[in-house]
Design a protein around this ligand. Sequence first.
Ligand SMILES: Nc1nc2c(ncn2[C@@H]2O[C@H](COP(=O)(O)OP(=O)(O)O)[C@@H](O)[C@H]2O)c(=O)[nH]1
Ligand SMILES: [Mg+2]
Length: 447
Amino acid sequence: MMAETIYALSSGRGRAGIAVIRLSGPAAWASAGAMIGRPPLDRRAVRCAVTDPESGEVLDDGLCLGFRGPQSFTGEDVVEFHVHGGLAVIDGVIGALGRQTGLRMAEPGEFTRRAFENGRMDLTGAEAIGDLIDAETKAQRRQALRQGGGALARLCDDWRERLVTALAHWEAALDFSDEELPKDLERATQSAVSALREEMAIHFVDGGAGERLRDGLRLAIIGPPNAGKSSLLNALAARDVAIVADTAGTTRDVLEVHLDLCGYPVIAADTAGLRDSDEAIECEGMRRARQRAGEADLRLVVFEATAWPAAWPAFSELLTGNCLIAVNKVDLRATSLGGGPGGVPVYGVSVKTGAGMGELLGAIGATAATSLQSGAMPVITRARHREALSACADALAAFEARTDRLVHPEIAGEDLRVAVRALARITGRVDVEDLLDVIFRDFCIGK
Ligand SMILES: Nc1nc2c(ncn2[C@@H]2O[C@H](COP(=O)(O)OP(=O)(O)O)[C@@H](O)[C@H]2O)c(=O)[nH]1
Ligand SMILES: [Mg+2]
């Protein structure tokens, strides 16, 4: 099937120095050529007048850059126009492209989809491009680049190859007599499968760090009214996000800001102060506050220095698990604070004077670092990867159980096939039987 040629504005919309409009498909070269009065050059930029071929009107003075397929992002002929990033210029070029026959506007993600379909990248690579575009912090950028470089894909390819070999050996062991085969082929296959399953299991114990890094660490700021929770959020965000007032019950909804703390993404949520109240809206706010605290990866429980430590026992249910205590308004207190309940770290701060804020930020950043990047860099960055890997590991466990007890060893091969297919879902490479052919051909059985 002949692919359609697609085009789209690939840079952000809005006034900018430069805008990039990209075309991909069999008509890309000719269409771009019609707009610049000469064919584009492969991997060379040409300075040109970009014109509307219908009216002959010059739309801009820009650059045209060609990438002949298959050595291009999509694997097809790709042409880029680099023009001035003004709305009228962009609309002019997009409009002129739209009036050419055989061209249509690209769907969201279609360039990357074509790159995948044309074998330029696997699914994890395509996902990594999306993650890189969405990356807001250094750690997210690193993770996306590593995934784009094939961190998980390489592992999956290696596992898949070993699994297919195990499958070939297992089926050979059933099909051929002992004299024709290397000794202990069955046992060797079983231990190869066990080793593989154990290797995979190592990647599960990352505490979901890779997935969480994509979304950010969820931080809930919680505590009694008037302690300075909203002031703290504003200080963390370095702007006035939340209303600050000395009236208790000012904050009602949960307010969220995305922060970059030491290179890690943190979603900080300011919540309604917790106290006894009959007021319906405030009660709803407190319900949401508790819910947010329950879902958070880290709770920052804020108290007033003048009420410390008398205030904490009423909040003891919030002071377990992953939490930090900020005792705010130390500018109003002369005596030292002492430790927190159950060894929860206590940070004396004053949002007003800035005292202690550096230490508190450092502590939140350190928690983010440990929780988002546990030990070795995680390779599982999406729930999709985790589900497929666990389906694969389950199938391997089923193989081990079946072959240990020798219950239907003839269908144990099917367990391995299920495992291979689960792995293939991660990368989108699904050619199990092809690989089997190769292995059987090389397999030394003398037939
Ligand atoms: N003295 C002093 N007052 C503060 C400090 N932080 C916040 N406040 C004041 O405390 C009051 C309550 O602050 P707010 O952030 O609205 O508290 P929330 O109810 O916990 O969100 C406001 O009047 C703030 O100006 C601080 O470090 N020192
Ligand atoms: Mg508040």
